[in-house]
Design a protein around this ligand. Structure first.
Ligand code: IVH
Length: 593
């Protein structure tokens, strides 16, 4: 964000005291507020709202790899749903079936059915819930001395690798648990994913290999690799990625195996599904770890063995404290009963096995001062507010900003500049403000009023639903964003035309719209950029439309109706006509046929 794009509202003050209030309608304690304070009809309403909201966040998380809320916030919605579902077991509102883990299929890949379903894990958020799991297991098995294996819970994307007679034949994402996307080509590019299991063991002994095995594991990005990718992006003037999990999932979900290779994904194999023929199943989780290592695959390194709840909890506390120094993103631990015999005895429920539980680390939350609210102008003219925070450390990283989504959210949450706010971040998600310490609010706090004029061009701002918008299409801040988007990979892909160059061209008055990119003179840009501009004149029509911000559906409709950009310019409006006039001539559809 550049200074010109923002306005700033700041105060300074000192305040004291405590107390925590939710400002987003979400409860903070383990006991959801909704079940306590609302009347029956409000609870039912809340239940159906929760279903829709969770479905929306599932879509964002699993399909778009672009979650809007932190995992902790999401988990809270889920837990509230569970409580309300118990209170209203008869409730079957629209699509009101039981909430299940989402579906990661993107529609871009062929799908494949798992031989054995990929289940999810039961979650525990409190020490007591973890202890309850262990007590329940011991009671059910009438065993006092169970052995548990504690593994990190990798925060990535679950995959199933099928090996037939030791040879990798397929890699499939979790999908809806029964059927997932076939991502074999991409997974084959991941370092450490051997095409053949090593059959020759130490000292000439043979490693046992089943006829068919579905190995289950997590694909993730190490934090070092995540940092490397972001450093490169920032050097190139691009926005850094927010979260290693979403970047890993987003990378694996692209039909671009070379990109997968560039982005250094990792795999950890932690379990199996089908295990058929040949050598029998390992007798324990520990034996499985050993076998995965012997086969030459990356497994779970550093798993701990615990003999009771105290030992297990000690491991969790130790890992929790070291969390920010781990090499990979972990959002908790998975506690598994070691013995396969006992695992079988307990079996599985509809959604998760009964022999394992995932303990999720508490969200990392701190209190800090909201020093100001700045506004960032996007390519459509919408002003997005950003919370400017007194820099504070969360989980080893200094946070100075948090997203606020839209101006209405500021009013809804009644955030005032100068407030002490709770900031949370689970894993590497962009931090979010989750609460205000109302008791610490002093008289000097300042209510945020959206400005009346655009901070970049001075045009009058208009209200549109939850947003405020600058309606001036020639607003320099908007033009910069539009051009940045148009020339990006999502658009016509002019490499080397980064934000710094665009800013210069806009401020020199040489670019006042995307079409002006094609009116530049050779001396305005480097030779390389010049060549890229020329090349981009004839990229696919789809790219030009995407670069203009036209969605896929509308693009398909336009292409069904018109033969080329010239034909669709009038209907499209905006900058399409100017592009045609500037000689941008993507191959028309007739030429393509
Ligand atoms: S075992 C039957 N072990 O967590 C399910 N899962 O929230 C067996 N995960 O879908 C899963 N680390 O994608 C297992 N060490 C680990 C894990 C792990 C991460 C993921 C996995 C699963 C999700 C459940």
């Amino acid at each position: 964000m550049r200074l010109k794009d923002i306005i700033h509202l700041g105060v300074s003050a000192t305040m004291a005291a405590v107390a925590f209030y939710w400002v987003g309608g979400l409860p903070v304690s383990a006991e959801p507020v909704a079940a306590v304070a609302m009347d029956v009809s409000a609870q039912r309403e809340r239940l159906s709202w929760l279903r829709a909201e969770i479905a929306r966040h599932d879509e964002l998380y699993f399909k778009k790899n672009a979650p809007e809320i932190s995992d902790a916030e999401y988990d809270r919605l889920k837990r509230e749903l569970v409580v309300l579902q118990k209170a209203f077991p008869d409730d079957v509102t629209a699509g009101g079936k039981k909430s299940k883990a989402g579906d990661d299929r993107s529609g871009e890949f062929t799908t494949h059915r798992h031989r054995e379903a990929m289940l999810s894990l039961e979650k525990a958020y409190e020490e007591s819930e973890l202890r309850a799991f262990m007590a329940r297991s011991e009671r059910a098995l009438r065993q006092e001395n169970l052995v548990y294996v504690v593994e990190p819970k990798f925060d990535g994307l679950a995959v199933s690798l099928t090996y037939e007679r030791g040879r990798l034949v397929r890699a499939v994402t979790r999908g809806d648990g029964s059927e997932g996307d076939d991502v074999t080509a991409n997974v084959s590019m991941i370092a450490g994913v051997s095409r053949e299991l090593r059959t020759e063991g130490e000292g000439g002994a043979k490693n046992p290999i089943p006829e068919v095995v579905e190995l289950r594991g997590e694909i993730y990005l190490t934090l070092a690799e995540f940092a490397r990718i972001n450093a490169e992006r920032e050097a190139g003037g691009e926005e850094p990625f927010a979260h290693p999990r979403n970047l890993a999932a987003g990378t694996l979900k692209q039909k671009d195996a070379a990109l997968v290779a560039q982005r250094g994904l990792s795999l950890a194999v932690y379990g199996w599904g089908a295990w058929e023929g040949g050598a029998g199943e390992p007798g324990s989780q520990q034996a499985f770890h050993g076998l995965v290592r012997a086969w030459g695959l990356p497994g779970v390194e550093g798993a701990a063995v615990a003999r009771d709840a105290d030992e297990t909890w000690a491991v969790i506390e130790r890992w929790g404290a070291q969390r920010s120094t781990l090499a990979f993103p972990a959002d908790g631990v998975v506690v598994k009963i070691d013995s396969r015999v006992w695992q079988r005895e307990l079996g599985a429920g509809e959604e998760a096995p009964r022999w394992a539980v995932a303990y999720k680390f508490p969200p990392e939350r701190v209190v800090t001062r909201l020093n100001g609210i700045t506004l960032q102008i996007g390519r459509t003219g919408v002003l997005t507010p950003v919370a400017e925070l007194e820099p504070v450390k969360i989980g080893g990283t200094v946070i100075a900003r948090a997203t606020l989504h839209n101006v209405e959210e500021i009013a809804r949450r009644d955030l005032r500049v100068g407030d002490f706010v709770y900031v949370e971040r689970a894993g590497e998600v962009i931090p979010a403000i989750v609460g205000v310490e109302l008791e610490r609010r002093g008289a000097e706090v300042v209510k945020f009023e959206p400005p009346e004029k655009c901070p970049s061009c001075g045009a009058a701002l208009v209200r549109e639903a939850k947003d405020v918008k600058c309606g001036n299409a020639r607003c320099p801040a908007q033009v910069r964003k539009r051009v940045e988007f148009f020339v990006s990979k999502e658009g016509v892909g002019i490499r080397g035309m980064g934000p710094a160059l665009i800013e210069r061209l806009v401020s020199e008055g040489k670019v006042a719209g995307v079409a002006d990119v094609y009116g530049l003179k050779k001396e305005d840009v480097s030779e390389r950029v010049w060549a890229e501009i020329e090349r981009s004149r004839t990229v696919e029509l789809e790219k030009v439309l995407a670069g203009l911000g036209v969605g896929k559906k509308r693009a398909a409709e336009l292409m069904a109706k018109h033969e080329d950009l010239r034909g669709m310019a009038e209907e499209l409006g905006g900058e399409a006509g100017a592009l045609v006039e500037a000689g941008v001539n993507p191959p028309g559809l007739r030429e393509k046929k």
